[in-house]
Design a protein around this ligand. Structure first.
Ligand code: SF4
Length: 377
Protein backbone atom coordinates (compact mmCIF):
# COMPACT_ATOMS: atom_id res chain seq x y z
CA UNK A 1 0.00 0.00 0.00
CA UNK A 2 2.95 2.34 0.65
CA UNK A 3 4.05 1.87 -2.99
CA UNK A 4 0.50 2.46 -4.22
CA UNK A 5 0.19 5.62 -2.13
CA UNK A 6 3.52 6.84 -3.54
CA UNK A 7 2.41 6.23 -7.14
CA UNK A 8 -0.88 8.00 -6.54
CA UNK A 9 0.88 10.99 -5.03
CA UNK A 10 2.37 11.68 -8.47
CA UNK A 11 -1.02 11.43 -10.17
CA UNK A 12 -2.46 14.62 -8.71
CA UNK A 13 -2.98 18.31 -9.33
CA UNK A 14 -4.20 21.21 -7.19
CA UNK A 15 -7.90 20.76 -6.46
CA UNK A 16 -10.67 23.31 -6.91
CA UNK A 17 -12.98 22.20 -4.12
CA UNK A 18 -11.28 23.62 -1.08
CA UNK A 19 -10.57 26.77 0.91
CA UNK A 20 -7.41 27.88 2.64
CA UNK A 21 -7.53 28.26 6.39
CA UNK A 22 -4.83 29.87 8.52
CA UNK A 23 -1.41 28.28 9.13
CA UNK A 24 -1.23 26.27 5.89
CA UNK A 25 -4.37 24.34 6.85
CA UNK A 26 -7.08 23.72 4.21
CA UNK A 27 -10.71 22.62 4.25
CA UNK A 28 -11.92 20.24 1.51
CA UNK A 29 -15.53 20.49 0.24
CA UNK A 30 -15.63 17.48 -2.06
CA UNK A 31 -17.71 15.37 0.31
CA UNK A 32 -19.83 15.72 3.43
CA UNK A 33 -16.86 15.11 5.74
CA UNK A 34 -15.57 18.64 4.92
CA UNK A 35 -12.17 17.65 6.35
CA UNK A 36 -9.96 20.33 7.83
CA UNK A 37 -6.52 19.10 6.73
CA UNK A 38 -3.23 20.30 8.25
CA UNK A 39 -0.09 20.63 6.11
CA UNK A 40 1.30 17.16 5.31
CA UNK A 41 -1.91 15.28 6.23
CA UNK A 42 -4.49 13.27 4.27
CA UNK A 43 -8.26 13.63 4.27
CA UNK A 44 -10.49 10.81 5.50
CA UNK A 45 -10.66 9.43 1.93
CA UNK A 46 -6.83 9.11 1.86
CA UNK A 47 -6.61 10.35 -1.74
CA UNK A 48 -6.79 14.14 -1.20
CA UNK A 49 -3.98 15.69 0.82
CA UNK A 50 -2.40 18.94 1.90
CA UNK A 51 1.09 19.80 0.60
CA UNK A 52 2.43 23.12 1.81
CA UNK A 53 -1.02 24.67 2.12
CA UNK A 54 -2.38 23.38 -1.22
CA UNK A 55 -4.96 20.60 -1.57
CA UNK A 56 -3.72 18.02 -4.07
CA UNK A 57 -6.35 15.75 -5.62
CA UNK A 58 -6.35 12.65 -7.89
CA UNK A 59 -5.99 13.31 -11.60
CA UNK A 60 -4.89 11.58 -14.80
CA UNK A 61 -5.55 7.90 -14.15
CA UNK A 62 -8.28 5.28 -13.80
CA UNK A 63 -8.50 2.33 -11.42
CA UNK A 64 -10.61 0.48 -13.99
CA UNK A 65 -12.95 0.89 -16.96
CA UNK A 66 -15.84 -1.25 -18.07
CA UNK A 67 -18.76 -1.04 -20.49
CA UNK A 68 -22.01 -1.65 -18.63
CA UNK A 69 -25.64 -1.67 -19.72
CA UNK A 70 -27.09 1.51 -18.17
CA UNK A 71 -29.53 -0.80 -16.35
CA UNK A 72 -26.61 -2.05 -14.24
CA UNK A 73 -25.88 1.38 -12.72
CA UNK A 74 -28.91 1.16 -12.25
CA UNK A 75 -30.67 3.87 -14.23
CA UNK A 76 -34.05 2.68 -15.52
CA UNK A 77 -35.41 6.05 -16.67
CA UNK A 78 -32.37 7.23 -18.66
CA UNK A 79 -32.01 5.89 -22.19
CA UNK A 80 -32.95 2.26 -21.51
CA UNK A 81 -30.69 -0.13 -23.39
CA UNK A 82 -27.81 2.35 -23.76
CA UNK A 83 -24.20 1.38 -23.12
CA UNK A 84 -22.65 3.24 -20.19
CA UNK A 85 -18.86 3.56 -20.43
CA UNK A 86 -17.89 3.41 -16.76
CA UNK A 87 -14.64 4.49 -15.15
CA UNK A 88 -13.41 4.83 -11.60
CA UNK A 89 -10.40 6.01 -9.65
CA UNK A 90 -9.32 4.71 -6.25
CA UNK A 91 -10.53 5.48 -2.73
CA UNK A 92 -13.74 6.24 -0.88
CA UNK A 93 -14.94 8.46 1.95
CA UNK A 94 -16.88 5.56 3.53
CA UNK A 95 -15.75 2.00 4.37
CA UNK A 96 -18.80 -0.26 3.97
CA UNK A 97 -18.05 -3.83 4.92
CA UNK A 98 -20.31 -5.17 2.14
CA UNK A 99 -18.87 -2.97 -0.62
CA UNK A 100 -19.19 -4.65 -4.02
CA UNK A 101 -16.44 -2.41 -5.49
CA UNK A 102 -13.99 -2.84 -2.64
CA UNK A 103 -10.99 -3.56 -4.90
CA UNK A 104 -11.06 0.05 -6.07
CA UNK A 105 -12.85 1.82 -3.23
CA UNK A 106 -10.70 0.38 -0.40
CA UNK A 107 -7.36 0.24 -2.26
CA UNK A 108 -5.81 2.73 0.16
CA UNK A 109 -7.14 1.05 3.32
CA UNK A 110 -7.03 -2.68 2.66
CA UNK A 111 -3.82 -4.43 1.51
CA UNK A 112 -5.83 -7.21 -0.15
CA UNK A 113 -7.53 -4.68 -2.45
CA UNK A 114 -5.09 -4.50 -5.36
CA UNK A 115 -5.99 -2.30 -8.30
CA UNK A 116 -3.07 -0.55 -9.98
CA UNK A 117 -3.76 2.91 -11.42
CA UNK A 118 -3.56 3.23 -15.21
CA UNK A 119 -2.56 6.60 -16.61
CA UNK A 120 -5.11 8.12 -18.94
CA UNK A 121 -6.41 11.39 -20.37
CA UNK A 122 -10.03 12.52 -20.71
CA UNK A 123 -9.65 12.46 -24.50
CA UNK A 124 -8.51 8.83 -24.46
CA UNK A 125 -11.41 7.75 -22.29
CA UNK A 126 -13.98 9.52 -24.46
CA UNK A 127 -12.46 8.11 -27.62
CA UNK A 128 -12.65 4.65 -26.13
CA UNK A 129 -16.28 5.15 -25.10
CA UNK A 130 -17.22 6.23 -28.61
CA UNK A 131 -15.39 3.28 -30.18
CA UNK A 132 -17.35 0.87 -27.99
CA UNK A 133 -20.70 2.46 -28.83
CA UNK A 134 -21.15 4.15 -25.43
CA UNK A 135 -23.86 6.80 -25.12
CA UNK A 136 -23.25 7.66 -21.46
CA UNK A 137 -20.02 8.17 -19.46
CA UNK A 138 -20.34 7.27 -15.81
CA UNK A 139 -17.97 7.91 -12.91
CA UNK A 140 -18.36 4.90 -10.61
CA UNK A 141 -16.48 2.02 -8.87
CA UNK A 142 -14.97 4.40 -6.31
CA UNK A 143 -16.86 7.38 -4.82
CA UNK A 144 -16.98 9.95 -7.65
CA UNK A 145 -17.54 12.97 -5.39
CA UNK A 146 -14.02 12.71 -3.96
CA UNK A 147 -12.51 12.72 -7.46
CA UNK A 148 -14.82 15.36 -8.92
CA UNK A 149 -12.06 17.47 -10.53
CA UNK A 150 -11.12 14.45 -12.70
CA UNK A 151 -14.74 13.53 -13.47
CA UNK A 152 -15.49 17.09 -14.60
CA UNK A 153 -12.41 17.09 -16.87
CA UNK A 154 -13.61 13.82 -18.45
CA UNK A 155 -17.21 14.99 -18.71
CA UNK A 156 -16.27 18.25 -20.46
CA UNK A 157 -14.79 16.11 -23.26
CA UNK A 158 -17.73 13.70 -23.12
CA UNK A 159 -20.29 16.46 -23.52
CA UNK A 160 -18.35 17.99 -26.41
CA UNK A 161 -18.65 14.56 -28.08
CA UNK A 162 -22.43 14.46 -27.48
CA UNK A 163 -22.44 11.92 -24.63
CA UNK A 164 -24.61 11.95 -21.54
CA UNK A 165 -22.84 11.80 -18.17
CA UNK A 166 -23.58 10.36 -14.74
CA UNK A 167 -22.42 9.78 -11.16
CA UNK A 168 -22.97 6.56 -9.21
CA UNK A 169 -22.45 7.84 -5.71
CA UNK A 170 -23.03 7.37 -2.00
CA UNK A 171 -24.60 10.86 -1.96
CA UNK A 172 -22.37 12.24 0.80
CA UNK A 173 -22.20 15.61 -0.95
CA UNK A 174 -21.93 19.31 -0.13
CA UNK A 175 -23.56 22.37 -1.74
CA UNK A 176 -20.13 23.34 -3.13
CA UNK A 177 -19.48 20.05 -4.92
CA UNK A 178 -23.01 19.93 -6.35
CA UNK A 179 -22.66 23.46 -7.76
CA UNK A 180 -19.28 22.48 -9.20
CA UNK A 181 -20.54 19.37 -11.05
CA UNK A 182 -24.02 20.66 -12.01
CA UNK A 183 -23.07 21.92 -15.50
CA UNK A 184 -21.38 18.63 -16.39
CA UNK A 185 -23.45 15.83 -14.82
CA UNK A 186 -26.84 14.76 -16.20
CA UNK A 187 -27.69 11.63 -14.20
CA UNK A 188 -27.11 10.95 -10.52
CA UNK A 189 -27.64 7.73 -8.64
CA UNK A 190 -27.53 7.82 -4.85
CA UNK A 191 -27.00 4.67 -2.85
CA UNK A 192 -29.19 5.36 0.19
CA UNK A 193 -27.88 2.61 2.44
CA UNK A 194 -30.12 3.02 5.48
CA UNK A 195 -32.40 5.47 7.23
CA UNK A 196 -30.66 5.11 10.57
CA UNK A 197 -27.83 7.46 11.52
CA UNK A 198 -26.25 4.77 13.73
CA UNK A 199 -25.90 2.51 10.69
CA UNK A 200 -24.31 5.30 8.69
CA UNK A 201 -21.81 5.92 11.46
CA UNK A 202 -20.82 2.22 11.29
CA UNK A 203 -20.06 2.78 7.60
CA UNK A 204 -18.04 5.93 8.33
CA UNK A 205 -20.62 8.60 7.46
CA UNK A 206 -23.73 10.44 8.69
CA UNK A 207 -27.28 10.25 7.39
CA UNK A 208 -28.13 13.97 7.30
CA UNK A 209 -25.64 15.11 4.60
CA UNK A 210 -26.97 12.34 2.36
CA UNK A 211 -30.61 13.37 2.84
CA UNK A 212 -29.65 17.00 2.20
CA UNK A 213 -27.84 15.95 -0.98
CA UNK A 214 -30.84 13.97 -2.25
CA UNK A 215 -33.11 16.99 -1.79
CA UNK A 216 -30.59 19.31 -3.42
CA UNK A 217 -30.01 17.00 -6.40
CA UNK A 218 -33.72 16.90 -7.12
CA UNK A 219 -34.14 20.67 -6.73
CA UNK A 220 -31.12 21.34 -8.96
CA UNK A 221 -32.55 19.26 -11.81
CA UNK A 222 -30.15 16.30 -11.96
CA UNK A 223 -31.97 13.15 -13.11
CA UNK A 224 -31.99 11.25 -9.83
CA UNK A 225 -32.53 7.56 -9.07
CA UNK A 226 -32.04 5.97 -5.65
CA UNK A 227 -30.85 2.49 -4.76
CA UNK A 228 -31.06 0.67 -1.45
CA UNK A 229 -29.18 -2.59 -1.13
CA UNK A 230 -31.39 -4.59 1.22
CA UNK A 231 -29.12 -6.34 3.74
CA UNK A 232 -31.07 -8.77 5.97
CA UNK A 233 -30.78 -7.77 9.61
CA UNK A 234 -29.01 -4.49 8.78
CA UNK A 235 -31.47 -2.17 7.05
CA UNK A 236 -34.49 -4.29 6.15
CA UNK A 237 -36.92 -3.66 9.02
CA UNK A 238 -40.35 -2.61 7.68
CA UNK A 239 -40.24 0.44 9.94
CA UNK A 240 -36.90 1.65 8.53
CA UNK A 241 -37.97 1.01 4.93
CA UNK A 242 -41.20 2.91 5.58
CA UNK A 243 -39.34 5.98 6.87
CA UNK A 244 -36.83 5.79 4.04
CA UNK A 245 -39.43 5.59 1.27
CA UNK A 246 -41.69 8.22 2.89
CA UNK A 247 -38.70 10.57 2.85
CA UNK A 248 -38.10 9.91 -0.86
CA UNK A 249 -41.78 10.39 -1.69
CA UNK A 250 -41.70 13.70 0.20
CA UNK A 251 -38.87 14.88 -2.11
CA UNK A 252 -40.76 13.62 -5.18
CA UNK A 253 -42.99 10.59 -5.83
CA UNK A 254 -41.43 10.47 -9.32
CA UNK A 255 -37.96 9.50 -8.09
CA UNK A 256 -37.36 5.86 -9.10
CA UNK A 257 -36.37 3.70 -6.11
CA UNK A 258 -34.50 0.45 -6.66
CA UNK A 259 -34.44 -2.02 -3.81
CA UNK A 260 -31.77 -4.58 -4.63
CA UNK A 261 -30.65 -7.95 -3.32
CA UNK A 262 -27.52 -8.32 -1.17
CA UNK A 263 -25.15 -11.20 -1.66
CA UNK A 264 -22.38 -12.03 0.77
CA UNK A 265 -19.37 -9.88 -0.13
CA UNK A 266 -16.12 -8.39 1.19
CA UNK A 267 -16.18 -8.42 5.02
CA UNK A 268 -19.94 -8.84 5.41
CA UNK A 269 -20.59 -12.56 5.07
CA UNK A 270 -22.86 -13.19 8.07
CA UNK A 271 -26.27 -11.98 6.85
CA UNK A 272 -28.29 -14.23 4.57
CA UNK A 273 -28.59 -13.32 0.93
CA UNK A 274 -31.72 -11.28 0.25
CA UNK A 275 -34.67 -13.38 -0.95
CA UNK A 276 -37.22 -12.40 -3.63
CA UNK A 277 -39.86 -12.21 -0.85
CA UNK A 278 -37.74 -9.71 1.10
CA UNK A 279 -37.46 -7.48 -1.99
CA UNK A 280 -41.15 -7.70 -2.82
CA UNK A 281 -42.19 -6.82 0.76
CA UNK A 282 -39.93 -3.76 0.78
CA UNK A 283 -41.10 -2.71 -2.69
CA UNK A 284 -44.71 -2.84 -1.47
CA UNK A 285 -43.83 -0.54 1.42
CA UNK A 286 -42.28 1.90 -1.07
CA UNK A 287 -45.38 1.87 -3.26
CA UNK A 288 -47.60 2.40 -0.23
CA UNK A 289 -45.43 5.37 0.78
CA UNK A 290 -46.43 7.01 -2.52
CA UNK A 291 -43.46 6.25 -4.79
CA UNK A 292 -44.66 5.72 -8.35
CA UNK A 293 -41.66 3.84 -9.78
CA UNK A 294 -40.33 1.06 -7.57
CA UNK A 295 -37.99 -1.65 -8.84
CA UNK A 296 -36.61 -4.84 -7.33
CA UNK A 297 -33.12 -5.69 -8.57
CA UNK A 298 -30.41 -8.36 -8.71
CA UNK A 299 -32.84 -11.32 -8.85
CA UNK A 300 -33.92 -11.50 -12.52
CA UNK A 301 -37.16 -13.28 -13.24
CA UNK A 302 -38.07 -13.69 -9.55
CA UNK A 303 -39.84 -10.44 -8.70
CA UNK A 304 -42.77 -10.30 -11.12
CA UNK A 305 -43.53 -6.88 -12.55
CA UNK A 306 -40.97 -5.16 -10.32
CA UNK A 307 -38.31 -5.26 -13.07
CA UNK A 308 -40.60 -3.46 -15.52
CA UNK A 309 -41.44 0.22 -15.95
CA UNK A 310 -45.21 0.68 -15.87
CA UNK A 311 -47.14 3.84 -16.57
CA UNK A 312 -48.09 5.24 -13.17
CA UNK A 313 -51.43 6.39 -14.62
CA UNK A 314 -52.77 3.48 -16.73
CA UNK A 315 -50.32 0.63 -15.82
CA UNK A 316 -49.31 0.05 -19.45
CA UNK A 317 -45.95 -1.76 -19.65
CA UNK A 318 -43.49 0.84 -20.97
CA UNK A 319 -40.24 -1.13 -20.61
CA UNK A 320 -40.17 -4.86 -19.98
CA UNK A 321 -36.88 -6.21 -18.57
CA UNK A 322 -35.18 -9.40 -17.51
CA UNK A 323 -32.17 -8.34 -15.46
CA UNK A 324 -30.26 -5.92 -17.69
CA UNK A 325 -31.93 -7.22 -20.83
CA UNK A 326 -34.61 -5.06 -22.46
CA UNK A 327 -37.37 -7.34 -23.74
CA UNK A 328 -39.79 -4.66 -24.87
CA UNK A 329 -39.67 -0.85 -25.20
CA UNK A 330 -42.85 1.16 -25.64
CA UNK A 331 -42.07 4.71 -24.47
CA UNK A 332 -43.23 7.22 -27.09
CA UNK A 333 -40.66 9.46 -28.78
CA UNK A 334 -41.69 12.40 -26.62
CA UNK A 335 -41.19 10.39 -23.39
CA UNK A 336 -44.87 9.71 -22.78
CA UNK A 337 -47.04 6.62 -22.35
CA UNK A 338 -48.32 5.51 -25.80
CA UNK A 339 -51.61 4.48 -24.27
CA UNK A 340 -52.74 7.39 -22.05
CA UNK A 341 -50.11 10.00 -23.14
CA UNK A 342 -49.06 10.70 -19.56
CA UNK A 343 -45.50 12.15 -19.48
CA UNK A 344 -43.08 9.64 -17.93
CA UNK A 345 -40.37 11.26 -15.80
CA UNK A 346 -36.86 10.52 -17.05
CA UNK A 347 -34.32 11.23 -19.78
CA UNK A 348 -35.62 9.25 -22.74
CA UNK A 349 -33.96 8.88 -26.12
CA UNK A 350 -35.91 10.30 -29.05
CA UNK A 351 -35.48 7.00 -30.83
CA UNK A 352 -34.88 3.69 -29.08
CA UNK A 353 -31.65 2.01 -30.15
CA UNK A 354 -31.60 -1.74 -29.51
CA UNK A 355 -29.05 -2.85 -26.92
CA UNK A 356 -25.48 -3.50 -28.07
CA UNK A 357 -25.13 -5.95 -25.20
CA UNK A 358 -26.97 -6.76 -21.95
CA UNK A 359 -23.87 -7.81 -19.97
CA UNK A 360 -20.89 -5.82 -18.69
CA UNK A 361 -17.63 -6.23 -20.60
CA UNK A 362 -14.12 -4.89 -20.36
CA UNK A 363 -13.11 -2.96 -23.50
CA UNK A 364 -10.77 -4.85 -25.81
CA UNK A 365 -7.45 -5.39 -24.06
CA UNK A 366 -5.14 -4.42 -26.90
CA UNK A 367 -6.86 -1.03 -27.03
CA UNK A 368 -6.47 -0.61 -23.28
CA UNK A 369 -2.74 -1.29 -23.43
CA UNK A 370 -2.30 1.00 -26.39
CA UNK A 371 -4.25 3.78 -24.73
CA UNK A 372 -3.19 3.55 -21.16
CA UNK A 373 0.42 2.55 -21.43
CA UNK A 374 1.49 4.62 -24.45
CA UNK A 375 2.83 7.35 -22.14
CA UNK A 376 4.61 4.84 -19.89
CA UNK A 377 4.52 5.00 -16.09
S1 SF4 B 1 -13.15 14.22 -0.25
FE1 SF4 B 1 -14.17 14.11 1.73
S2 SF4 B 1 -12.93 12.68 2.92
FE2 SF4 B 1 -11.67 13.35 1.19
S3 SF4 B 1 -10.52 15.10 1.96
FE3 SF4 B 1 -12.35 15.89 0.97
S4 SF4 B 1 -13.84 16.13 2.62
FE4 SF4 B 1 -12.23 14.76 3.39
Amino acid sequence: MAALAETLEGLTLEGELYEKLGGNKVRCFACGHCCPIPDGALGVCKVRFNRAGKLLVPFGYVGGVQCDPVEKKPFFHARPGALAFSFGMLGCDLHCSYCQNWVTSQALRDPSAVSPPLRSTPQQLVQMALEQGGEIMVSTYNEPLITSEWAVAVFKEAKAAGLMTGYVSNGNGTPQVLDYIRPWVDLYKVDLKSFDDRHYRQLGGRLQPILDTIRALHEMGFWLEIVTLLVPGFNDSPEEIKRLTEFLASVSPDIPWHVTAFHKDYKMTDPDNTSPGDLIRSAEIGLKAGLRFVYAGNLPGMVGDLENTLCANCREVLVRRYGYHILEYNVARDGSCPSCHQAIPGRWAEAYRPQIIDRPFVPRLHRRREIFWSGGT
